[in-house]
Design a protein around this ligand. Structure first.
Ligand SMILES: Cc1cc2nc3c(=O)[nH]c(=O)nc-3n(C[C@H](O)[C@H](O)[C@H](O)COP(=O)(O)O)c2cc1C
Length: 197
């Protein structure tokens, strides 16, 4: 089939398949602090890395949620990678609440090095970021409800339990991935392929 995504229901399916098609998506479990000093933690699966010289990460926010509002106020955030053992806690932090989601979900904080925002102590990896730019993503009327938030990575934390012979064993981290609907995946197996010259 093919369909025009701007025509409501033109896919003819029970639910919009878009997120099930762009999958698996890593989950950026993003910590921030509000201008009143309260910590905030929430998952974002419209998330990925985009550059290495220097390193940039970005995520998509549907509306100006607490995470984006805090980033606009402080200019800082931390992206924590969520592993399978943190799945229930990650899900709990998706609640729309105005409390510290670290406390709500029983997630231990660890201090960051270059930003004031705490990171998730148990995350296999965390990326301290300074806000670079927020790009509004407009509809045909020129109104933006969605925003692409780009951060420059200024410090990286890596749990050395996952380092083997000088390389990170990504599969061993059992990083959580989001599929469509309420479906998730974890990498069970990885394999290597040489590139052509
Ligand atoms: C696995 C998962 C992935 C999510 N990804 C996104 C996303 O990419 N963009 C978004 O706006 N909301 C996403 N959400 C919903 C937010 O986490 C939710 O709205 C949360 O309350 C936002 O928290 P905040 O207001 O503290 O930023 C996701 C939720 C879950 C459970």
């Amino acid at each position: 089939m093919n369909y025009d995504p701007d025509e409501p229901g033109s896919h003819g399916l029970e639910l919009d398949p878009f997120k099930a098609l762009v999958a698996p998506r890593p989950i950026g479990w993003i910590s921030t602090i509000a201008s009143n000093g309260q910590a905030n933690l929430a998952p974002y699966s419209f998330f990925n890395a985009f550059a290495t010289e220097p390193y940039y990460l970005a995520f998509g926010s549907g509306g100006v949620k607490d995470t984006l509002a805090n980033i606009q106020a402080t200019g800082e955030f931390v992206v924590n990678m969520a592993s399978e053992e943190l799945a229930a806690a990650m899900n709990a932090t998706a609640a729309t609440v105005s409390v510290d989601e670290f406390t709500l979900a029983g997630v231990a904080k660890a201090p960051s090095v270059k930003v004031k925002v705490p990171r998730v102590a148990a995350a296999p990896a965390s990326f301290e970021c300074r806000h670079f730019q927020t790009v509004p993503l407009p509809n045909d009327a020129g109104e933006a409800n969605d925003f692409l938030v780009i951060g420059r990575v200024v410090q990286i934390h890596l749990d050395e339990r996952f380092v083997e012979a000088g390389r990170v064993n990504t599969a061993a981290m059992r990083l959580l991935s989001r599929l469509g609907y309420l479906d998730y995946a974890t990498i069970e197996r990885s394999w290597r392929m040489e590139r052509p010259d």
